[in-house]
Design a binder for this molecule. Structure first.
Ligand code: GLY
Length: 252
């Protein structure tokens, strides 16, 4: 496995924010948390490949939004926030040796955080960042390759993966308040702890579930189900409206 990551930008304080207010980000703590995140991915069996630093990419650490990686192809997104479109060239250079690349074209916009892949199902969140044209383009790219693309209305959070991520090929951890769960009827849905609405973003990698340590009740719930859970302090990324999946692209 390879995990593509990108260094935390010294400009992260100017990151995009949609659903939360701005709070001071401790840059040294963010660097330390990012190093621990990379170590957790390495411990799970990933070789870490760093995307070249961007000199002024406040949200650059959130590489997940810039591409969606499948076994057959990687789709380079067109991020919904214009300020984030400069993030794509570095990610393209890092992905090109590993996958044939396809691109989302205007007028479509999509953030990778809105794309949840569960087996051959590709759920695409309709959020403030991702539009119907992107759903159509993803369908054109993926359905000939045997995937089903399913649009999911999202509300009250930034991305679909703020509200739902996969625990395995048949199970999804969800905050039902932030999405329309009808499209997930064939999957088992595990609700987050009611006191932890932000806990649905977890990263499945190497047989482990990486999650934010800010959500201990959901962590216990996952451990009771037998998951090998790796909690990480992601406090400075949460202030930038990011979470565990946002900080890597995993290539298997
Ligand atoms: N700060 C993450 C985003 O809004 O894209």
């Amino acid at each position: 496995m390879i995990a593509l990551t990108r260094a935390v930008s010294p400009a992260i304080a100017r990151c995009e924010l949609t659903h939360i207010g701005r709070e001071a980000i401790d840059l040294d703590l963010a660097y330390a948390q990012h190093a621990r995140y990379e170590r957790a991915l390495a411990d799970a069996g990933c070789a870490i490949e760093r995307v070249a630093d961007g000199e002024d990419l406040p949200d650059g650490v959130f590489v997940e939004d810039v591409a969606v990686v499948f076994d057959e192809i990687a789709i380079v997104t067109r991020p919904g926030a214009e300020s984030r479109r400069a993030e794509t060239p570095g990610v393209v250079r890092a992905l090109a040796p590993h996958r044939p690349l396809a691109r989302i074209e205007p007028p479509a916009t999509v953030d990778g955080g809105d794309v949840l892949v569960v087996g051959r199902r590709v759920f695409v969140g309709r959020s403030s960042r991702t539009n119907d044209a992107a759903v159509t383009q993803m369908r054109t790219l993926l359905e000939p390759r045997g995937y089903t693309v399913i649009s999911v209305p999202v509300r009250g959070c930034l991305h679909l993966k703020s509200a739902a991520t996969a625990l395995d090929e048949g199970t999804v951890l969800v905050n039902r308040a932030w999405l329309d769960s009808d499209p997930f009827t064939e999957l088992e849905l595990v609700p987050v702890a009611p006191s932890e609405p932000g806990a649905a973003n977890v990263l499945r990698v190497g047989g482990r579930i990486v999650c934010a340590s800010a959500f201990p009740e959901t962590r216990r719930l996952l451990e009771r189900r037998g998951a090998h859970v790796v909690p990480l302090d992601m406090s400075e990324f949460a202030k930038a409206e990011g979470a565990v999946t946002c900080c890597s692209l995993i290539l298997t």
